[in-house]
Ligand binder design. Structure first.
Ligand code: SF4
Length: 385
């Protein structure tokens, strides 16, 4: 295993067997894994770390699933239920444009119109036949404000992805975990039909076939084993190697929230999170960014950087993290100072990675000029602080 780790530094990713052997090795070689991941990151990305200045627009929090860790979802009639109006969307987009954001992140519950007739009536009252048509309208509105849309709307059909591709520079779907075990009775995805791993892997595969730059990721601390976590990363790697479309992989840690079934479940500690980030770096191919949310790891930014992280994901100066409202975004200036002290430069990036922009097969040609304009604006912002 030591040799396999050393080879990664020379540019040879771990094989499936080597990655699984490291998962089974417990804490043995954990320090070596982190050091190798940092070296691999330096080789691929240098000492530059990125984030995406964004506005977070949860078009609706209605969701037909019931993941045991989720405090975001609601059913119709439940306190806190919302579906954003056109005016609310436009107001947030205008604020984001004025504050220099580059990304409009549309993130919402999974397939609510399949489950809730009340939501279908709400959509009709707003003037849309489906959530995807509402997202298409919202994407166009974002582009008009000088923002680049990225949508994570749960499971989508090929036709839905193709429709959204017209107004999105990238799409996303967290794999979370490739183990069916987490869908068994008593496990966090038992009441979440859209979290079946085969369905999520199929959509990520289809997105590659449709040439859509894609964001996915894993959740750490749902009750999965380390081997299941590594199996998930290997599954993502296989899909990326088939299509070349995965631009970033998020390593997101579970945080317990009062009032949900997993409110007393143990959160993964810093060692577990940083080991997972490091293993993601050693498993995934060099061009794929490894990201972790800084608001869910407020004291661990240094440790994440020392474990191979090269991206902090979206940070909003406009809106809270609606999925994790108890964990506010860090101020980018402070994050920039922290990066500088650790020997890194923090820079803004757009929600589509540079290598896809010139690819006619990967980006709708109508989105090239808006993308270039946002990239130029973010580039002019320069490094932080
Ligand atoms: S995590 Fe996503 S899919 Fe699961 S209940 Fe919450 S909003 Fe729905």
């Amino acid at each position: 295993m030591q040799t396999a780790i050393e080879r990664t530094v020379a540019g040879v990713p771990l094989s499936d067997d080597e990655a699984i052997a490291l998962a089974d090795a417990g804490s043995e070689l954990a320090d070596e894994v982190r050091a190798a991941a940092a070296a691999v990151r330096d080789r691929a990305f240098g000492r530059g770390v990125t984030y995406s200045p964004k506005v977070f627009l949860p078009l609706t929090n209605l969701c037909r699933n019931r993941c045991d860790y989720c405090s975001f979802r609601r059913s119709p009639g439940e306190a806190g239920e919302w579906t954003m109006t056109h005016a609310e969307v436009e107001e947030q987009l205008a604020r984001a444009g004025a504050l220099g954001c580059g990304e409009a992140l549309f993130c919402l519950g999974d397939t609510p119109e399949k489950a809730f007739s009340a939501y279908r009536r709400t959509l009709a009252a707003i003037g849309h036949e489906s959530t995807v048509e509402y997202l298409h309208w919202a994407g166009s509105a974002a582009i008009a404000q000088g923002l680049l849309p990225h949508t994570n709307a749960g499971l989508l059909t090929d036709a839905e992805m193709l429709r959204l591709r017209e107004v999105n520079v990238s799409l996303g779907l967290m794999l979370e975990c490739s183990s069916e075990r987490l869908c068994e009775p008593g496990m966090p995805h038992h009441r979440a039909p859209d979290k079946r791993p085969d369905r999520r892997l199929a959509m990520i595969d289809s997105a590659g076939g449709l040439r859509i730059p894609f964001t996915t990721g894993i959740l750490v601390g749902l009750g999965e084993t380390r081997r299941e976590r590594i199996d998930s990363l290997l599954a993502i790697r296989r899909l990326h190697r088939a299509h070349g479309h995965v631009q970033e992989v998020i390593v997101q840690n579970f945080r317990a929230v009062p009032g949900v079934p997993m409110e007393h479940a143990p959160e993964p500690d810093e060692q577990e999170v940083t080991w997972s980030v490091a293993m993601a770096r050693l498993v995934l191919d060099a061009e794929v960014s490894v990201q972790a949310p800084p608001n869910l790891n407020p004291a661990a930014a240094d440790a994440l950087l020392a474990s191979g992280l090269n991206d902090f994901g979206g940070i909003s100066p406009v809106t809270p993290d609606y999925i994790n409202p108890r964990h506010p975004w860090p101020h980018v200036d402070r994050l920039g100072e922290l990066c500088a002290r650790a020997g890194f430069t923090l820079r803004p990036r757009s929600p589509i990675y540079d290598r896809f922009v010139d690819r006619a097969d990967f980006l709708d040609r109508r989105l090239v000029d808006p993308t270039r304009r946002v990239q130029a604006r973010l580039s002019a912002m320069g490094a932080l602080p």
